[in-house]
Design a protein around this ligand. Structure first.
Ligand code: NAG
Ligand code: NAG
Length: 499
């Protein structure tokens, strides 16, 4: 068996022509185990426009909030880099498709740059269609299904100039953009994701102000952002269903992130753990996926009570009217989910401080910790907790009536080494969790997407943290993509459909 594996492996990875995988026998041990995946389960890899494209001002593209951040505040980026060129997928997308093909991925999740299509306002830049048409056609030619995220952090600067997600105008702007994208690409794209990680976009961008657009409106901005983002999502969903779904027959969902939580010690009740999950995942999932809709009760009650104690005239969490609740509820054919890590929680028993600046964190009244035995990645926030992925999938099943789930991101950061054994270990343990959730717990997980196919610009960490199955030579004009050991590992997983 391993000889066959080795031969097919060499076919894809041209062994002897520069790329060597001496650890091939280790991979065989992996492929004989019993954690399987259903026939129609899809394996893929993920990227986002700003992180890989480059071509930041080409063919009429306007600036996004990430162009603005990297150009005006280089000190915020760990290595003071920008993604003006980066992996240059704008010109070298065929190399990305080639890399996907080599591993055997069945789908590719990428995002479209909104400010290419609408650079400075509501006037379309049709030139920008070319790049995405070429990319989509190249994927289909190679039997790789495109999974398209409409918005992955890179809001057009002109939308931000009007307040971005703090101004309800963003809803109509997003709907116009979504309409354009569905019309232009919907004949070939059957999986749509409206937004990526609203929790991070809103808490980091509009609450703590540590990511673009750097708005520090702690305890207020993140909730307004979340509110209008949910409405923008729902408006795109309704538009797709009423105008496009009948002919195009695609599915549309949203990608949420969120950790899973465990009690720090025996004094921590289930209610406290549940509270942690609701403040994180539930904030965006409850309005869309729950039976009744609206924000989680624990968030409504807690933020209302704290707002009162602070002397505010009304709750910092926007009220969702019955009409809005109905409008947002059920607006997803599937739940896209990014899983990276988990945390331990306990209640913060300190007294309420009326003079403290409110924040999402203080609203949770929780203290978040990690377990010393959890292996840490290069990223400060990333600890390997594979059990958390299994448990959150079971939680989705129980909480939201077993929705279709597409895992849209899962991955490990390191220093960029080719011999990336820790990444292989992370992927393997997390794939086992997914397999168990499907086979033992009957969770409706339809696919798994790893982050990422290539090393790329990791937001404020610049190019210092590497998540790719392929490394990219950033100093070469050709930006060669070179397979890491994990690419070979994943190739075998897909080929054997088991871990
Ligand atoms: C616990 O709450 C108090 C009062 O709100 C706050 O000052 C403190 O920073 C919190 N502790 C942690 C670890 O979050
Ligand atoms: C990257 O490309 C440059 C320029 O072509 C070359 O000199 C260098 O050796 C390459 N680095 C690696 C690690 O292949």
């Amino acid at each position: 068996m391993w000889i066959f594996t080795f031969l097919s492996f060499c076919f894809f990875f041209s062994c002897g022509l520069g790329t060597q995988f001496p650890e091939i026998i280790e991979m065989e041990a992996v492929s004989t185990s019993v954690h399987t995946f259903p026939k129609d389960f899809s394996f893929g890899a993920s990227t986002a426009a700003y992180q890989i494209e480059g071509g930041w001002n080409e063919d009429g593209k306007g600036p996004s909030i990430w162009d603005t951040l990297t150009h005006t505040h280089p000190e915020i980026i760990a290595d003071h880099s920008t993604a003006d060129i980066g992996a240059d997928s704008y010109h070298l997308y065929k190399k990305d498709v080639e890399a996907l093909k080599k591993v055997g991925f069945q789908h590719y999740r990428f995002s479209i740059s909104w400010s290419r299509i609408f650079p400075y306002g509501t006037k379309i830049n049709a030139k920008a269609f070319d790049y995405y048409n070429k990319l989509i056609d190249e994927l289909i030619l190679n039997q790789i299904e495109p999974v398209v995220t409409l918005h992955h952090y890179d809001l057009p600067q002109w939308v931000q100039d009007e307040g971005g997600f703090l101004n309800p105008n963003v809803i109509e702007y997003f709907k116009l953009y979504a309409d354009t994208i569905f019309r232009e690409f919907g004949s070939r794209v059957k999986m749509w994701i409206t937004f990526n990680e609203p929790f991070d976009a809103c808490t980091e961008g509009y609450g703590r102000g540590v990511s673009a657009p750097l708005i520090k409106l702690s305890g207020v901005g993140e909730y307004i952002c979340g509110h209008y983002l949910l409405l923008a999502h729902a408006s795109a969903y309704h538009l797709y269903k009423s105008r496009y779904a009948k002919d195009q027959r695609g599915m549309i969902g949203i990608t949420l992130d969120g950790r899973f939580y465990y009690p720090k010690d025996a004094t921590v009740t289930n209610d406290i753990v549940e509270r942690a999950i609701q403040f994180d995942i539930g904030w965006f999932a409850n309005p869309i996926f729950s039976k009744d809709g609206g924000y989680p009760k624990v968030m409504i009650d807690e933020i209302n009570e704290r707002s009162k104690k602070e002397g505010q005239a009304w709750s910092r969490l926007p009220k969702m009217s019955k009409t809005t609740m109905k409008y947002v509820k059920g607006t997803a054919d599937f739940l896209g989910y990014n899983y990276y890590s988990s945390r331990l929680v306990r209640l913060n028993t300190s007294d309420f401080d009326p003079n403290a600046v409110p924040s999402w964190l203080s609203d949770t009244r929780l203290i978040y910790e990690t377990e010393p035995s959890w292996k840490q990645a290069k990223s400060s926030w990333l600890y390997s907790v594979p059990q958390g992925l299994h448990d959150v999938l079971v939680w989705f099943k129980n909480q939201y009536n077993n929705p279709l789930v597409l895992i849209t991101e899962n991955g490990w950061s390191d220093d960029g080494r080719l011999d990336d054994n820790d990444r292989i270990e992370y992927l393997k343990s997390h794939l086992i969790s997914v397999s168990k959730a499907i086979n033992e717990d009957k969770c409706n997980v339809i696919g798994y997407t790893t982050w990422s196919i290539i090393d790329n610009f990791e937001w404020t960490r610049g190019f210092t943290e590497h998540f790719g199955l392929f490394t990219v030579n950033l100093t070469s004009p050709e930006k060669e993509r070179t397979a890491k050991k994990s690419a070979g590992y994943f190739h075998d997983v897909i080929k054997n459909r088991s871990v």
